[in-house]
Design a protein around this ligand. Structure first.
Ligand code: NI
Length: 135
């Protein structure tokens, strides 16, 4: 019997969608105003979902306090109020689209969770636009 535990989190960050190997014209053609050189911000909403069996001693899949602290330390502190292109090393060579951000977040959290737990990460870039990744 498996149960999924979800924890929501939030960060604000700026980004610019730009392929450095393309001309300005090509970037504007592909990314539109998301490529404008002075960056723009999003209120990102994050849902971290951990699936596993219920531990018979604790009655829990994962201690939500531990999950909360993990998300805070590894994601919110790294991403909140940052310029993703300039301040966050993961995006030195990666365009900070929602797709790439969710994969980066999943990779960071996966390393911190024990292997018997399954992980899914959902990232909302806007209330209507969101991506999911399960590895
Ligand atoms: Ni954007």
């Amino acid at each position: 019997m498996k149960v999924t535990v979800h924890r929501k989190a939030h960060f604000n960050a700026a980004h610019r969608l730009c392929n450095k190997s393309w001309s300005d014209e090509k970037n504007i053609e592909v990314f539109g105003k998301c490529s404008s050189p002075n960056y723009h911000g999003h209120n990102y909403e994050l849902v971290v979902s951990v699936t596993g069996t219920i531990n018979q001693d604790t009655g829990m899949v994962i201690d939500l306090k531990i999950l909360k602290d993990l998300i805070y330390e590894k994601i919110e502190k790294e991403f909140d109020h940052k310029n993703l292109n300039l301040d966050v090393s993961y995006f030195q060579d990666k365009i900070p689209t929602a797709e790439n951000i969710v994969v980066v977040i999943w990779d960071i959290l996966r390393k911190e969770l024990s292997s018997h737990l399954e992980l899914e990460v959902t990232l909302y870039e806007t209330p209507r636009n969101f991506v999911t990744y399960t590895g």
